[in-house]
Ligand binder design. Structure first.
Ligand code: ADP
Length: 732
């Protein structure tokens, strides 16, 4: 059998005690309706021999329950097979030996639990009526402490226990009586603290599952379960589940005969208990316990609501600092600079006295912080032990080096920036010496047996035992965690935004580099041609004697220089487009195209050239840039069709939804499909057009401008047939 000792107290399997409280009895069946377990005390209540029951069908109970021999319990099981289980129908009323009993059905993983409890109660009146009236009185106060007091007072009025306390669990699991009403002659326990081992972890878990718990009489022997099964029966969902012997002893030491508790939950956390003690035995029946459960649920919602309000208040205090830091993260030159620029803001986020930021293998600090060696060790510890966020108001109990740092690091709250990297934001709080009144010395819950074995033995004295608590900081509240988390998100957002910006910059740099490459190529290749001309004619002049020839050669030098100048001018134009801002406005295309047409006809001075302007819907864009686009495209169309028999150029626009598309078509030399891609590159020309004057810059400028306007350009063409360029611009 399980022997609790100091090391295993937290592991005592209190959900499988193998016994039930003796004010009722239990019958357990398996899936096949065979009785698997029965409590030995059934014999005393019903006269049936308990030892003969395991293995029999549940119908053997029909007679004592005053039912027809049709298998009453198995019928109830089939009735209860719906999504909510048996809960809505509990309790069933049955009569045993002429007395009314409540039958409560619950399920454990492989069993049905039939619990029989007397319907009689030690309360005079029905709880439900009183509860309704009391709820509004309980909730009347806005202050949490007043609300808790009201609840204690009202509960005492309803269930008449000698002492009703509201017991709150602190983050480390220890409890405190935060409200109390009691019979006058009793000692007050208000404000007393109880060590976490008084209600160990697994007991706290059960309080979350069973919202009410009655221990009707601590002095009666629990009834053993009789069974042929070897596996212990899981009694988590049983109301009759026997109480841990340690807890029974604990209550006895307190002089308590009967205890009743109602769980208080804050969201999914056990906030505390409405703990009721009576100094004589007291039984409350199922319906009355359900009513008390309702009070607990109402109180739970009220506490959750107020707790959320408090969190919000705390968060709104931090919010100002978080916004200041967020703004600075948006504009600051680096993440650490942004966090540490505004004096003290980082500390204000969670009300800390010191903070450290571990980022890109460097540690930045502000306020009162421990030395470098400690910080390095701390970072190592955090990288192993902290995955997400972590807080402790007694960090020395986790990390012994913190014992010597109580003036800076009694409390620590930290968030890891990302799972992959050892980067943290850490806040520190100093020691705040506190005085705690324990209900008895909390440090001696053990005693030694005759054989020298150390065992848990609940303390016998609950006399106030005052303690000066060291190495503890002010506790970190829920709102502090929320604020820390929010700042972490802002930092991560800033980091990823900067990473994106960096990628965009990189991309631009790559483009600029490619362009630079082309530029150098051009300078070395394309400008070489006119330079060679200039050089060779200059050499000839040096040697020439004939005046006329010299003049001629000087003319060629001039041509070369003019050509170079034109090329340099075009390169400059192209680079200017890259830097210029687009000044968007509506453009009257009819007017713009008419002027272009007029200028081109003069420039080409070929009467047979026809330039037809069709529909010309408005565009949105930069007037000068759009003019450059059409001047280049129509100019090319005229140029490359100028040798056709009847050169014909047509410009036509149309609006398609939120876009405007223009087509510029000609009947010129056309472009080979293989050259479609390259003609938009700087200084790149199609083979077919080489006999025409040109530099290969125009279309690169056109493409650049169109991209700046979020537009598109493409073409259709066939050699000797002509070319059609399409340009499309979005309208805002
Ligand atoms: P260029 O100064 O050589 O005209 P562009 O960049 O304006 O430079 O055009 C690039 C190349 O595209 C031209 O060299 C020519 O080969 C081809 N091209 C452009 N427009 C036309 C057109 N309408 N018809 C035939 N070829 C064209």
């Amino acid at each position: 059998m399980f022997q609790p000792d100091l090391t295993n107290c937290d592991r005592e399997p209190i959900h499988i005690p193998g016994r039930v409280q003796s004010h009722g009895f239990i019958v357990v069946t398996g899936e096949d309706d065979q009785i698997t377990h029965v409590s030995a005390n059934i014999t005393a209540f019903t006269g049936i021999d308990a030892t003969s029951m395991p293995g029999k069908k549940s119908s053997i109970l029909d007679e004592v329950l005053g039912k027809k021999p049709t298998g009453f319990l198995s019928q109830l099981v089939s009735l209860g097979q719906h999504p909510d289980g048996f809960r809505p129908n509990n309790p069933y009323r049955v009569t045993i030996a002429g007395n009314p009993w409540n039958l409560i059905i619950n399920q454990s993983p492989e069993h049905y639990l039939f619990e029989f409890e007397p319907e009689r109660t030690d309360l005079e009146s029905e709880l439900q009526h009183k509860v309704g009236r009391s709820l509004s009185e309980m909730l009347a106060d806005k202050e949490l402490s007043e609300l808790l007091n009201n609840v204690a007072v009202q509960i005492k009025k309803i269930i008449h226990y000698d002492r009703v306390m509201i017991y709150k669990f602190h983050n480390d699991g220890h409890g405190e009586v935060v409200a109390e009403t009691k019979n006058e002659e009793l000692e007050p326990w208000l404000g007393l603290h109880y060590p976490a081992s008084d209600i160990p972890q697994q007991a706290r878990e059960l309080y979350k599952l069973n919202l009410v718990r009655l221990i009707a009489d601590v002095h009666t022997e629990p009834a053993a379960l009789l069974t042929h099964e070897e596996q212990p029966l899981n009694l988590t969902n049983s109301g009759l589940r026997a109480v841990s012997p340690i807890h029974i002893q604990y209550l006895k030491n307190m002089g308590v005969a009967s205890s009743f508790s109602v769980s208080i939950l804050d969201r999914d956390k056990l906030w505390g208990l409405i703990a009721c003690h009576n100094y004589t035995t007291r039984f409350i029946n199922f319906n009355q316990r359900e009513s008390a459960k309702l009070v607990g649920q109402v109180l739970s919602s009220a506490i959750s609501f107020r707790q959320q309000e408090e969190d919000q208040n705390l968060l709104s205090k931090s919010r100002e600092s978080i916004s200041t830091l967020t703004r600075s993260l948006l504009h600051g030159s680096s993440i650490p600079d942004a966090l540490f620029a505004a004096e003290g803001e980082l500390l204000k986020v969670v009300g800390a006295t010191g903070a450290a930021f571990v980022f890109e293998k460097k540690t930045y600090t502000t306020g009162q912080v421990p030395g470098e060696k400690f910080l390095n060790e701390l970072c190592e510890w955090l990288s192993i032990n902290v995955e997400d966020c972590y807080a402790s108001s007694n960090f020395a109990s986790e990390f012994s080096a913190a014992k010597e740092q109580q003036n800076t690091v009694s409390g620590l709250l930290t968030c890891r920036l990302s799972k992959e990297l050892n980067e943290f934001i850490i806040w520190f709080r100093p020691e705040r010496i506190a005085y705690v009144n324990w209900a008895g010395n909390p440090e001696k819950p053990t005693s030694t047996t005759e054989s020298g074995l150390m065992t848990i033995s609940p303390r016998e004295s609950f006399k106030v035992w005052s303690q000066e608590v060291h190495q503890h900081s002010l506790p970190w509240e829920h709102g502090d965690h929320a604020a820390a988390n929010q700042l972490r998100e802002e930092i991560n957002f800033a980091i990823s935004r900067r990473a994106t910006e960096l990628r965009v910059l990189n991309e631009k740099l790559r483009e600029a580099y490619n362009e630079l490459d082309t530029f150098s190529y051009t300078i070395s290749h394309d400008l070489k041609h006119p330079l060679t001309t200039i050089k060779s004619y200059a050499q000839l002049i040096v040697r020439a004697t004939d005046q006329e020839r010299m003049r001629n050669m000087a003319g060629r030098i001039n041509d070369g220089a003019v050509k170079m100048q034109a090329m340099i001018e075009e390169v400059l134009q192209y680079s200017r487009v890259g830097q210029a801002r687009v000044e968007r406005k509506a453009i009257n295309m009819q007017h713009l195209l008419d002027e272009l047409r007029h200028d081109l006809l003069i420039a080409f001075n070929q009467p047979e050239i026809q330039i037809e302007i069709g529909n010309a819907p408005e565009l949105e864009g930069d007037q000068l840039m759009i003019q450059q686009v059409f001047s280049n495209l129509i100019g090319n169309a005229v140029k490359y069709s100028s040798k056709a028999e009847q050169p014909k150029v047509k410009v036509e626009g149309q609006r398609i939804g939120q876009k405007v598309m223009y087509t510029i078509s000609d009947n010129g030399i056309g472009i080979d499909q293989k050259d479609f891609g390259k003609i938009f590159d700087l200084f790149s020309r199609a083979d077919a057009g080489k006999e025409f004057e040109g530099s290969g810059v125009g279309l690169s400028i056109v493409k650049r401008i169109i991209e700046k306007h979020q537009g598109k350009i493409w073409l259709e063409s066939e050699r000797h047939q002509g070319t059609r360029f399409f340009v499309e611009f979005p309208l805002n």
